[in-house]
Unconditional design. Structure first.
Length: 324
């Protein structure tokens, strides 16, 4: 028998780390203007550096894909050449909205003819998702989670699980039991043989889909409640009052599991105080800081390789604590 950790031993929340994050469908609408300005400023810096390399005024230069062009002399400098050899201009040119291309000159945004670069590898099977990562001498992990959210293991009988060939360690967790082994099959077999006594105090035990639908419907029909306005346009109440015909209807969708096609996963290689991560993560910066915290090192010694992810849906942005 091994003892599950007490409440005092559960891990704390290290807080929000990430600044490189894809979440809430905000990648495009949240960063479009900022990235356009970043691109415009990068262009100005490349042109200023190229002007120095070619010994011409920057006003005589233009850019084409991958290169800076001096039309009157026909000379060209590719971006790689400039990055490798140029002196960074001081002060740096500063881009403003006036430097941004108008929409009628956009080359890529809005185009329907640009193929997705990830499709061929996904079709021919060469695409690498997080769960595809294989390293020499790799150990595998599986987690037996509580049958009800917010429950915890109170007692763990792992005698049969420990006897499975290839199992190297069984670890009690605040939300379940972790199994580490030399093969996937060993961890899955041991997981099935665990005998766990779970707590029974979670409020989620009273949850039903029908109860939730009834609560949502009641909230929607209670017009006396004070909501928070996200956007206001026109006078809906006056329009309904003056309408010749008013149609009322309730629209509901099934309450389904927020599950991803690819299971939650990550691979870590710890060498001394250095860590390398392969993960289908939506938040590589947060993953970097979290890994540093767990391994007792600093973020600059953690490398994160972001793989393709088989469905994120907000489930793979970043770890929130050591118990996640």
């Amino acid at each position: 028998m091994i003892q599950a950790p007490s409440d005092a031993e559960t891990y704390g929340n290290p807080g929000f780390y990430g600044i490189q994050l894809t979440g809430g469908s905000e990648s495009t609408r949240g960063y479009n203007a900022l990235l356009r300005l970043t691109g415009a400023q990068t262009r100005l810096i490349l042109m200023a550096a190229a002007a120095g390399m070619l010994n011409v005024p920057v006003r005589e230069l233009t850019t084409e894909p991958n290169r800076v062009l001096h039309s009157s002399s026909g000379r060209t400098l590719y971006y790689g050449e400039i990055a490798a050899n140029a002196v960074v201009p001081d002060p740096l040119p500063q881009a403003t909205e006036a430097d941004l291309k108008p929409s009628n000159r956009w080359r890529y945004i809005g185009s329907r003819t640009i193929p997705r670069i990830d499709v061929p590898s996904k079709i021919n099977g060469t695409a690498v998702f997080g769960i595809d990562v294989q390293l020499p001498n790799m150990l595998y992990g599986a987690v037996l989670r509580a049958p009800v959210q917010d429950e915890r293991p109170e007692a763990i009988d792992d005698a049969d699980a420990q006897s499975v060939p290839g199992v190297t360690r069984i670890v009690p967790l605040p939300y379940g039991v972790g199994i580490i082994g030399e093969t996937v099959e060993a961890t899955k077999r041991a997981k099935d043989l665990l005998n766990v006594t779970w707590s029974t105090s979670s409020r989620v035990r009273n949850y039903t889909s029908q109860r939730l639908l009834d609560e949502y419907r009641a909230v929607g029909r209670d017009l006396g409640q004070q909501g928070v306005s996200a956007h206001t346009n026109g006078d809906a109440e006056a329009a309904i009052a003056d309408a010749a015909t008013v149609i009322e209807a309730d629209y509901m969708s099934d309450h389904v599991a927020h599950a991803t096609m690819e299971p939650m996963n990550a691979t870590a290689l710890v060498t001394g105080d250095s860590v390398e991560i392969w993960a289908p993560t939506q938040g590589p910066t947060g993953t970097q800081s979290f890994a540093a915290d767990v391994a007792g090192t600093t973020p600059d010694k953690v490398k994160v390789n972001t793989t393709l992810l088989g469905g994120g849906f907000g489930r793979k942005p970043r770890p929130t604590s050591k118990s996640s």
